[in-house]
Every structure is written in structure tokens, then in C-alpha cells.
Design a protein around this ligand. Structure first.
Ligand SMILES: [Zn+2]
Length: 108
């Protein structure tokens, strides 16, 4: 097996991290490298933090990983927070549980 050194790219279209399976959003950086195995070339894409995490766990030699079975380190809670705030923002448009606007400034 031969692998190229990972290079940093900026996503111009949505991709999926091959470690954690989460989206790599457009405009964010990701790591991309190629492996040639049995004469077949495979392209690998991962979040920078996912690749770092695996590289730390496995060392600098060649290693294999199981597709989409990894955990995304660090950024996970941030992403969850963002998803939650998006959900909260969505309920506003439904008109549910939104108190009526107080009527200040009415002259009596
Ligand atoms: Zn990832």
C-alpha cells in the first residue's frame, strides 16, 4: 500500500468525513490524501481534527481505519450547540410558545 501525505483543502462542495461520518461543510478546511492498494486508488477525506486524532492513536506509520466509525474530537460539542440553536430558531416561525408582544408606549 502507498499513501500520499495528507494535504489541506478547502471544501468547495459538501463532503463527508470518512472517520466520523459528519459533514464537512463548504468553506471549511479538510484533509485529503490518496492511498493505492491492490492497484486501486482510494481518496480519503477527513476533518483535520479527526485525522490528527487517528494519527496520534496510530503513530506515523501506515494504519487502517473503519469507515464512518470514528468519533469526531473537540468540535463535537460546538457542532451540537449550533444544531440546537438552529432548531430553537426554527420553532419561532411556527408561532408556538411565543408570548404576545407587550404593548408599551401606548399613551393614555
Ligand atoms: Zn470527522
Amino acid at each position: 500500500m502507498y499513501c500520499t501525505p495528507p494535504e489541506t483543502r478547502k471544501a468547495r462542495k459538501p463532503r463527508r468525513c470518512m472517520n466520523c461520518g459528519e459533514a464537512i461543510e463548504v468553506g471549511t478546511e479538510y484533509r485529503r490524501w490518496m492511498c493505492v492498494d491492490d492497484g486501486k486508488a482510494h481518496t480519503n477525506v477527513m476533518h483535520p481534527e479527526c485525522l490528527e486524532d487517528l494519527a496520534e492513536a496510530y503513530g506515523s506509520g501506515y494504519w487502517e481505519y473503519t469507515l464512518y466509525s470514528g468519533e469526531r474530537p473537540n468540535a463535537r460539542s460546538q457542532a451540537t450547540d449550533a444544531a440546537l440553536s438552529r432548531q430553537v430558531a426554527c420553532t419561532d416561525g411556527l408561532g408556538v410558545a411565543v408570548p404576545p408582544a407587550p404593548t408599551f408606549g401606548e399613551k393614555t
